[in-house]
Design a protein around this ligand. Structure first.
Ligand code: PLP
Length: 385
């Protein structure tokens, strides 16, 4: 896509949706097939087999025609009954949203608020879990709004001998960072197609542990229909979906998962880390310090603090209007204070070096003095080495 007004090619550098690799984009253009026929079952079987290692599970992974928020709701509506207690960890915009959904479903929600940019503290969670009988602990694996990664292994260990279910939003983490659902004791992980899974928006996935399944099968849960996981669980082993599946998106997902496995999971995760570290180093060199705790730094999104009097909005606008490059600011209490750039999917050194080049030019045009010309790119190259 090239805007007629710009000599620069369109660059989608958001932390999702992301630019779709050509082989995946072409797969989505295949002719539609019978959504319940044998050809579709072959596609769904392959997706199931290839996606389970990304969750780190052998449990069923359910497919929904829904965005990430849709599967967040699915994870809750299937395990909660109105009035039950939920413990929500809120350290960013999506943690807040998870809590809001639980409240909307009639749950009594206790929230552990913690500083944005930092991961939730397992010791604080342990103390709170001891105070009540929670149906679910809910958290966000990769807080796209702040760039902080939650220690799921430490939190899962707190729930091993409890009835409390552990529900995790990994909409922007899965496929860019390792998940070990079974080993870490996570009961449901939800994700979306438009982030590190490199597909267009519109597909949601939810993996369901045996412990979660026992609760989901109960008739006394919230009223549910389209998102009813009992229907999805009844069809998943036959490689069918309860309702008409988004056939084209599933063609894309099949191709995306093939690409991920061809590269190798270890290699994919290492590449995300290497490129996010380098982009972060480049931003720091340009005078945009990394937001939050470096020990919890995301590998799929770089969140950089914006020094006053600059604003995130001005940088985002300049990058788009001048360089046809779409990065994100914030639509929450960090509005103006950060910029966010995606480092998920099939990106390369060239992508992040171009980001830093345009970022330097934009910052300079906006009156910010960078320490020396080319310092962002130079720092990133040093990090890549
Ligand atoms: N959770 C996280 C961590 C996200 O990054 C997003 C989207 O940016 C969502 C949930 C919501 O997903 P969607 O916009 O697909 O509903």
């Amino acid at each position: 896509t090239t805007s007629p007004a710009s000599p620069y090619p369109y660059r989608l550098r958001l932390p999702g949706p992301i630019s779709i690799p050509e082989r995946i984009r072409q797969a989505t253009a295949r002719p539609i097939i019978n959504h319940r026929g044998p050809e579709m079952r072959v596609v769904l079987e392959e997706i199931q087999r290839l996606i389970q290692p990304l969750f780190g599970t052998t449990a069923p992974v359910l497919t929904f025609g829904a965005s990430g928020t849709g599967v967040m709701e699915a994870s809750l509506v299937n395990v909660l009954a109105p009035g039950e207690k939920v413990l929500a960890l809120a350290h960013g915009q999506f943690g807040d949203r998870y809590a809001q959904i639980a409240r909307a479903l009639g749950a009594e929600v206790d929230v552990i608020e913690s500083e944005w940019g930092w991961a939730p503290d397992p010791a604080v969670v342990a103390a709170k879990l001891a105070t009540a009988n929670y149906r679910a602990l809910i958290t966000v694996h990769n807080e796209s709004s702040t760039g902080a990664v939650t220690d799921l292994s430490a939190l899962g260990a707190l729930l091993r001998d409890r009835e409390t279910l552990f529900l995790v939003d990994s909409v922007s983490g899965l496929a860019g960072m390792e998940l070990r659902q079974d080993e870490w004791g996570v009961d449901i992980i939800v994700t979306g197609s438009q982030k590190a899974l490199m597909c267009p928006p519109g597909l949601g996935f939810a993996s369901v542990s045996e412990k979660a399944r026992k609760v989901i099968e109960r008739d006394d849960r919230c009223p549910r229909f389209y998102l009813d996981m009992r229907k999805a669980l009844a069809t998943v082993d036959k490689h069918e979906t309860a309702f008409t599946c988004p056939v084209s998106l599933l063609f894309g997902m099949q191709e995306a998962l093939r690409a991920i496995h061809e590269e190798g999971l270890g290699q994919v995760f290492a590449r995300h880390k290497r490129l996010s570290d380098a982009l972060r180093a480049g931003c720091v060199a340009l005078g945009l310090p990394a937001f939050g705790d470096p020990a919890a730094a995301s590998r799929t999104v770089v969140v950089a603090s914006v020094p006053e009097p600059l604003t995130g909005g001005a940088i985002v606008k300049h990058m788009y209007e001048t360089y046809n490059t779409v990065i994100a600011g914030a639509r929450n209490k960090l509005s103006g204070r950060v910029v966010r750039i995606g480092t998920m999917g099939q990106i390369s050194e060239a992508d992040i070096l171009t980001d830093l080049h345009y970022l330097e030019l934009s910052l300079t045009a906006l009156g910010h003095k960078v320490p020396s010309p080319g310092c962002g790119v130079t720092a990133a190259i040093a990090s890549l080495r």
